[in-house]
Design a protein around this ligand. Structure first.
Ligand code: CP
Length: 314
């Protein structure tokens, strides 16, 4: 497939075929990650800027690892220590980075729309690594890739529950788009104050009782309680939230016997997920991290190396 997109800003810009193509390319790079020498020269001479104006461990590290395994040069800019702290605007920061001729800028920012703002002004590719509450498309694609490896026959007939702080979650928004596009049914569950105002119009079933929401589900994606994005007063008591909406063994009594447990990380163990479930045999939490490297290799390959053929043997 000739990749038609300069930028990756949200899942809504992709077709189901394009999502499956990302999975196919990621599967080939996943094999590279199992070799003793985990490096291929497909992006040799290409430059990737990692512009992270908000903290990150998984996304930033995996884009860095992904770029280096493809032989690209990766360069990092964080808010702390940059001229953003002296008041330089996002536009001037972006134009300054572009003047150094990168092939791709990966951006994480606290503001929804920051990635699009850059993509509309820069000629290089822009990949959204999370913008405000809006979207986290690379997380959705890696979640999808982890599930695709478990469900090779496809997502049709599968039910996925997204549990917790949906209102403040860019992961939930991108996961819902990806999962429904691939044919899965999606359920949401959380306290009313942590569900978005317009959730009634979303293509999901909404539950308030976790046990009922878990009935017959094939996977549960737990969401981090995003206290840093919340106004005061949305939760009366953290302990009560953990007991009522934190995923535990009892909630999963009537889930599918093969239910998969996921969390995008970072996790608040004992809050949105019981610690034992995070480490259980059916937990995909670390598999999601490994998938993240393969999927981000695929995305850098497709965006930073848009005119290259995929020749992993090189
Ligand atoms: N899931 C995720 O985006 O994690 P980081 O914030 O650590 O990148």
């Amino acid at each position: 497939m000739q990749w038609p997109h300069k930028d990756l800003l949200d899942i809504s810009q992709l077709s189901p075929e394009e999502i499956r193509h990302v999975f196919e390319v990621a599967a080939r790079f996943d094999e590279v990650n199992t070799r003793s020498v985990k490096k291929v020269p497909v992006l040799k001479g290409k430059s990737v800027v990692l512009f992270f104006a908000e903290p990150s461990t998984r996304t930033k590290m995996s884009f860095d690892v992904a770029g280096k395994r493809l032989s690209a040069d990766t360069f990092s800019l964080a808010k702390s220590g940059s001229s953003l702290q002296k008041g330089e605007s996002l536009k001037d920061t972006a134009l300054t980075l572009q003047a150094m001729h990168p092939d791709c800028i990966v951006i994480r920012h606290t503001s929804s729309g920051a990635a699009r703002f850059l993509a509309e002004r820069l000629s290089c590719s822009v990949i959204n690594a999370g913008d405000g509450w809006h979207a986290h498309p690379t997380q959705a694609l890696l979640d999808g890739f982890s599930l695709h490896r478990k469900w090779p026959a496809g997502f049709t007939g599968k039910t996925v529950l997204i549990l917790g702080d949906v209102a403040h979650s860019r992961v939930a928004r991108s996961d819902i788009l990806m999962l429904t596009m691939l044919g899965a049914r999606v359920r949401l569950c959380g306290p009313r104050t942590l569900l978005p105002a317009g959730v009634g119009t979303w293509p999901v079933e909404v539950f308030s009782d976790v046990k009922k929401a878990c009935r017959d589900v094939d996977a549960v994606i737990c969401l981090r309680l995003q206290l840093e994005r919340q106004e005061a007063g949305l939760l009366p008591d953290l302990r009560e939230y953990a007991m009522t909406y934190g995923l535990n063994e009892t909630h999963l009594d009537q889930a599918s016997p093969d239910v998969l447990i996921m969390h995008p990380g970072p996790m608040n163990r004992g809050v949105e997920i019981a610690s034992g479930l995070a480490d259980a045999g059916n937990s995909l939490v670390l598999d999601q991290v490994s998938s993240g490297v393969a999927v981000r290799m695929a995305l850098l390959y497709l965006h930073a190396g848009r005119s290259r053929e995929l020749t992993l043997q090189e």
